[in-house]
Design a protein around this ligand. Structure first.
Ligand code: CA
Length: 184
């Protein structure tokens, strides 16, 4: 059994005023596309001193939009964006918590702790696959790759939950469904 628990659910009714920076949303009227979100988040993380970010990639932001886009507009409303910010804060805190030597990166062992803290209970083989996929040098993950891995994992969990209609813990996929899942 690789997986015992799902990560925190996406909240549908998060107050707009929570987890935002002062004045950040005052002039927000437009829906955020993945590209706009990418620029916005990179600007925010660049200013922060508690984490070292070199910038999230566009693919990660596309996944974020898909994950948080509850009304299926293809973009994030302010409410959806605030829920995403809360999620990113959750993962940022975990990264800081497990990076005990303050190197700005986390190794395979620390990643195991991070996964558990995030609610992903996976075996060592799965952990190593995640580290191999998202690590850069020395099999360690920097902050941006860590966030990317968490968002990807959540996407996979969410997809499984949708496909596992009877909540049986296993799914049968057609080729078309498999392709959709693998490419998401
Ligand atoms: Ca939306």
């Amino acid at each position: 059994m690789c997986v015992c628990q799902h990560p925190p659910e996406v909240k549908e009714n998060v107050p707009v005023e929570s987890e935002t920076y002062p004045g950040e949303l005052e002039n927000e009227v437009e829906e955020l596309s993945a590209q706009t979100l990418n620029a916005k988040l990179n600007a925010i993380f660049k200013e922060r001193t508690d984490v070292k970010s070199n910038g999230l990639c566009l693919d990660t932001c596309k996944r974020m939009v898909k994950l948080m886009d509850l009304d299926l507009t293809g973009t994030l409303s302010i409410k959806e964006y605030v829920a995403l910010k809360e999620k990113l804060e959750f993962y940022t805190n975990i990264f800081s918590l497990v990076d005990t030597n303050l190197s700005g990166t986390i190794d395979s062992l620390e990643m195991g702790n991070a996964l558990q803290n995030a609610g992903f209970f996976v075996n060592e083989k799965i952990r190593d696959l995640i580290v191999e996929k998202y690590s850069s040098e020395n099999l360690s993950l920097d902050f941006d790759n860590f966030i990317a891995s968490m968002i990807h994992l959540e996407t996979i969990f969410k997809m499984f939950k949708i496909l596992d209609k009877g909540n049986s813990g296993s799914i049968n996929l057609s080729l078309s469904e498999w392709l959709c899942a693998a490419l998401a």
